[in-house]
Ligand binder design. Sequence first.
Ligand SMILES: [Zn+2]
Length: 295
Amino acid sequence: MTPAFTIGRHRVHRIEEWQGRFAPPAALFVGYEEAAFAREKDAFTPDYVRDGMIYGFLQSWLIEANGLRILFDTGAGNDKERPGIGVFSHLKTDFLARLEAAGFTRSSIDIVVCSHLHIDHVGWNTLLTQDGAWAPTFPNARYIFPGIDRDAWDPAGDRYATMRGAGVNAGVFEDSVAPILSLGRAELAGDGHEVAPGMTLRAAPGHTPGQMLLDVVDGADRALFTGDIIHHPMQIIRPDWNSVYCEDADQARETRRKVLYDALATRARIVPAHFGGVHTAFVERGDEGLRPVFV
Ligand SMILES: [Zn+2]
């Protein structure tokens, strides 16, 4: 199947899980300014805005590199009880059929990486078995989680009570992270962890304490798989706009700026989890600050 894009010799496929109207912009962004949004709204319609609502996607990225198959972020998953965000509760999507249509069976995935341990980035780590248990969806994969997020989102840990997103993330650790940990299938990673040659996890904290981006370089090409550093291209134009789901506002803004200017300087492709349109972006300098480029 034709890849969504390439990074040097590596092929990257987009596996879609869900798309829809997510929220009005004022409900998603902290620091939202209506006039700034209004200037961009027509250009962002319909790929990123529909009927006054933010239009978003849940998608996983599959990187084929040097014979390895690496799945980055695993969406919301099927059959999960999600009192925190009803739209992701008891989903029945055909994500696995789409993965297979792209040429990949569950058992063919070698490595699963979660950028952070939020509700919509870990769901397909596990699936519901006939006896009601949660089993690894990818039976032969090594799973890589950010070690800091593993500690922060564990309801048995000290930090959990201080997490702003504890309510939104209710049930997530128990059904999508803990089963992998208890089977000894997870590797807990920090800044600088090498997933494979030329693929490095880098600390990108703020949205969650342990969020990491995957920095992939091959030849002259570079792509940054950025998880939730940005949810929407409006945040390239206004990097000071956080999402309501960002845990540490100042740190999230600092990480966003740093990554966007790094992408500008190195002509790296930004590969977020929730973008519509062509689903990725490059960054260029605009009259004021930065602008997204969709190619
Ligand atoms: Zn998130």
